[in-house]
Design a protein around this ligand. Structure first.
Ligand SMILES: Nc1ncnc2c1ncn2[C@@H]1O[C@H](COP(=O)(O)OP(=O)(O)OP(=O)(O)O)[C@@H](O)[C@H]1O
Ligand SMILES: [Mg+2]
Length: 319
């Protein structure tokens, strides 16, 4: 169980271009260089480009082949990367409708991913808050939200976290009309009948019984979200994660951890067209150092989790 808990990490963030794919790639490479077997998965089903970043121009097999059952097992779509110990499952944007796979397709994909021979499986998510993106995020026991110091990115990161919580709550209470009504009053207050925080929602849930209240608290506590602030240019910007953390705490009741800060690095930025060389040869990048620190934090967090101080069960996904 610990193995699965520690294995899956989803990297999301709501906004496009904040560095989700770079974060996936660089954390993956750092974990691999530290001796772990890593699989990076392009779960950005509408706009995949993770393969380009590892120097693969035309992936031979992609998730589309697996989802459409052109191949039977996920092993058949795994490809090598320039980094030893790190493999990739390339994304799929070449079949109409692939960005929104059906419930059965999602479940089959996640079941196969679960069985992969890897210490870490990193899911690079697409931008936005589509159900598919949020479901992948919720499925992973470990969730990373990437943001930059830009105000729009801060807003989108918070929006993404909020959308994930509501998706999770709506799923858990899908058959409980009274609970759903209360959740709706929190998500979109109307006619002054709103509930303005999860703490108040918990109070209102008292009337529904102890079990319902406990399910609500379990859902909130199972959302193990960590933040990475990327493309930081000065010391002041390092603290923008605090804004998201304090709003998420006060309004959503979520405790969000800091996983680390990554500097805006011109060497990385100008290496985008040749990341294979950057990953294997460049040793002079500040961002690489920061990603190593983050990878170490991830390993430490897994060690804590294995010793029982974290309780993270993957919430089930919805149709
Ligand atoms: N730490 C960094 N320093 C400098 N540039 C960076 C850094 N992180 C990301 N970038 C730049 O930002 C660009 C966008 O990054 P990336 O493609 O990872 O974003 P994304 O969030 O995955 O975008 P999308 O939502 O479109 O998938 C990169 O091509 C790179 O130029
Ligand atoms: Mg991306």
């Amino acid at each position: 169980m610990d193995e699965i808990k520690n294995k899956f990490w989803a990297i999301g963030g709501g906004k496009g271009g904040v560095g989700k794919s770079i974060v996936t790639l660089m954390i993956g490479a750092s974990l691999a260089k530290l001796g772990n077997k890593v699989m990076i998965v392009d779960a950005d089903l509408g706009g995949s480009n993770l393969h380009t970043l590892v120097g693969i121009r035309y992936p031979k097999n992609t998730l589309a082949d697996f989802i459409s059952k052109k191949v039977e097992t996920i092993d058949e779509v795994i490809m090598d990367t320039p980094v030893e110990n790190m493999k990739i499952i390339c994304g799929a944007d070449d079949i109409l409708g692939m960005a929104n796979p059906k419930y059965t397709q999602k479940t089959r994909l996640l079941n196969h991913l679960k069985r992969l021979d890897a210490d870490f499986i990193l899911l690079d998510l697409g931008a936005g808050t589509s159900f598919t993106t949020i479901d992948f995020f919720l499925y992973a026991p470990n969730k990373i939200v990437v943001l930059t110091p830009q105000i729009t990115s801060i807003q989108n990161a918070y929006g993404f976290i909020k959308a994930s919580l509501f998706r999770c709550l709506n799923d858990i209470f899908s058959k409980e009309d009274r609970a759903l009504e209360l959740i709706k009053r929190l998500s979109s207050p109307v006619n002054g009948e709103g509930i303005d925080s999860v703490a108040k929602l918990c109070d209102e849930f008292k009337a529904l019984g102890e079990q319902q209240q406990e399910s609500l608290l379990n859902c909130i506590n199972s959302l193990n979200i960590k933040l990475i602030v990327n493309m930081v240019k000065d010391t002041k910007e390092k603290n923008v994660g605090n804004i998201v953390r304090s709003v998420a705490k006060n309004y959503l009741g979520l405790t969000i951890e800091d996983l680390g800060v990554v500097q805006f690095d011109n060497i990385l930025n100008t290496s985008i067209n040749n990341m294979a060389e950057f990953l294997t040869k460049r040793r002079d990048s500040m961002a690489s150092v920061h990603f190593y620190d983050i990878a170490s934090n991830i390993i430490k967090s897994c060690q804590r989790s294995s010793s029982g101080s974290l309780a993270l069960d993957a919430p089930k996904i919805s149709a």
